[in-house]
Design a protein around this ligand. Structure first.
Ligand SMILES: CC(C)(COP(=O)(O)OP(=O)(O)OC[C@H]1O[C@@H](n2cnc3c(N)ncnc32)[C@H](O)[C@@H]1OP(=O)(O)O)[C@@H](O)C(=O)NCCC(=O)NCCS
Length: 143
């Protein structure tokens, strides 16, 4: 019997079952890492009078924490909120035995300066990586 192979762009959600079923298998094979993957994300918020002034989203998996997003509203910058959110993120990372926190930021940007001033180091600069901009991968070792 001949089989027909079709390559297609799936509708939103159409591949969800495939990824759910094979989640551990693809990560294990891709990274040659045979332990159970506990992937989780946390939102950390800074609230002023009941309103969120800044937030940080961190993904934790396989003993690594990666800051996915960090944003402090412009009116509240320069008051230590960014640093406080990052400190809380590192506490959580520590709790889950992460040895490293990493984040990708635009190279030569104020955000890079913020992370360098917070004890992070540049691991690599990826040329024209996101939106054709140079991206600095920065990290802080916790252990
Ligand atoms: C980067 C960002 C989160 C910093 O938040 P913040 O609350 O203003 O930061 P803090 O007040 O805690 O600053 C801590 C230190 O970082 C450094 N820093 C912060 N913003 C800086 C800037 N624009 N330029 C240079 N250094 C800066 C300073 O050393 C500062 O210490 P100081 O106030 O004693 O001088 C905020 O500017 C932001 O949301 N930017 C837009 C989004 C972004 O780029 N996010 C990061 C990528 S995920």
């Amino acid at each position: 019997m001949t089989q027909s192979l079709e390559i297609a762009v799936a509708k939103p959600g159409e591949a969800a079952d495939f990824w759910k079923t094979n989640d551990r298998a693809w990560r294990t094979e891709a990274w040659a890492f045979k332990v159970v993957w506990h992937e989780q994300t946390h939102d950390i918020t800074a609230t002023i009078d009941g309103t969120i002034a800044g937030a940080l989203n961190v993904r934790i998996a396989a003993s690594l924490a990666h800051v996915e997003a960090l944003y402090v509203l412009p009116a509240h910058r320069g008051n230590g909120i960014g640093r406080a959110l990052l400190a809380r993120c590192e506490e959580i990372a520590n709790y889950y035995n992460c040895h490293k926190v990493s984040v990708a930021v635009m190279n030569a940007s104020p955000a890079l300066r913020f992370f360098l001033d917070s004890g992070y180091h540049v691991e690599a600069v990826l040329p024209q990586h996101t939106f054709k901009l140079d991206v600095a991968m920065v990290r802080k070792f916790l252990l």
